[in-house]
Ligand binder design. Structure first.
Ligand code: AVI
Length: 321
């Protein structure tokens, strides 16, 4: 039986879509939002007035550059390893300062996409050509392991953008544990956590007036249509955001507006939606100091420092071993 199921799928995407859409309640994994179109929509989200996270983190890095960099520097220089660098807009602030101060460092952005890394390298060569960049194509943990085997220099690992918020606590602890395992006593993790705040502010950030986040969420359906032969009509689904101020969890859903049948050819799957039946698509967790401390300690790490924006909307923490 298990083997039969295995041979049905030719990719993890197929298998995960099948599992999610045949579960009760239905779900799709948010990591699949990010194809070329999803990456572009996320870039657009980061420019939205409602999406405060980017500006807050930018302000923290701009207003505390010297204090932050002071913590980074080691006896023999350091390697700045960024997990999920994106377009590097915020990191460039730090890089510019490091170059201006003539500090001994290498910048090692890690990404699964060679293309994204080459774009980043190209833009850095134009904007701050003095940055010693060594792009690292691969998965986060394989690359971190490789880097710690060959290198004994201090590692400063950057995880910006509250990316950890897309993980359930259990998975966030695993993620931090993996990082902890490759850290030496001198190394540090500099990581962003979006904070609990007025619930309306959070709801607005994930349900913007111009509909970019709606398109981002619905890109899951668009992708299933184009890659797996699905016949979803995204207009027949509502983008719906909830925020639970007690747990700090923002959740995105797609809600069927009508009674409808969906066919996904390459999965040989037909599913029916009753009106208002849901697909859960993403969590964006919000934190407070106590929860961040708990996560760090569960992963064998200590909170060594913390920097925040003037509204306390967002915080970057330094974790050490
Ligand atoms: C990438 N991640 C941290 C974003 C977030 O805030 O959860 C993804 C996102 N989803 C909707 N808007 C932005």
């Amino acid at each position: 039986m298990k083997n039969n199921i295995k041979t049905r799928f030719s990719s993890a995407f197929e298998e995960d879509v099948f599992t999610g859409l045949t579960s009760n309640p239905r779900y799709l994994l948010s990591k699949y939002i990010y194809d070329k179109k999803g990456d572009k929509l996320f870039q657009d989200i980061m420019d939205l007035p409602e999406y405060y996270l980017t500006n807050c983190e930018f302000d923290i890095l701009r207003n505390h550059t010297a204090e932050i960099v002071e913590k980074f520097t080691g006896h023999e220089g350091f390697d700045l390893i960024e997990l999920g660098a994106g377009d590097g807009k915020k990191t460039k602030l730090l890089l510019k300062y490091l170059v201006d101060q003539n500090l001994d460092f290498n910048y090692l952005p890690v990404d699964i996409s060679q293309n994204a890394l080459e774009e980043l390298e190209k833009s850095l060569k134009n904007e701050i050509p003095e940055v010693p960049i060594k792009i690292q194509q691969g998965t986060y943990f394989e690359t971190l392991e490789k880097l710690s085997t060959f290198n004994t220099r201090k590692k400063v690992i950057l995880v910006l953008g509250s990316n950890i918020g897309n993980l359930l606590h259990e998975n966030a602890i695993d993620f931090l544990k993996h990082i902890q395992e490759v850290m030496s006593m001198e190394d540090m993790l500099f990581i962003g956590f979006d904070q609990k705040k007025h619930p309306q502010k959070i709801l607005d950030a994930y349900n913007d007036a111009s509909g970019v986040t709606e398109a981002f969420n619905k890109n899951l359906l668009v992708r299933i249509n184009s890659e797996l032969g699905g016949n979803f009509n995204p207009d027949q689904f509502l983008h719906w955001e909830t925020y639970n101020p007690e747990t700090g969890t923002a959740k995105s859903f797609l809600v069927s507006k009508i009674d409808q049948d969906i066919n996904i050819e390459s999965l040989d799957l037909k599913i029916h939606f009753d009106p208002w039946q849901t697909i859960h698509t993403e969590i964006s967790q919000k934190y407070d100091d106590a929860v961040v401390k708990w996560l760090a300690e569960k992963a064998g790490l200590t909170v060594a420092d913390c920097f925040m924006d003037e509204n306390n909307y967002y915080k970057n923490y330094i974790f050490t071993k």
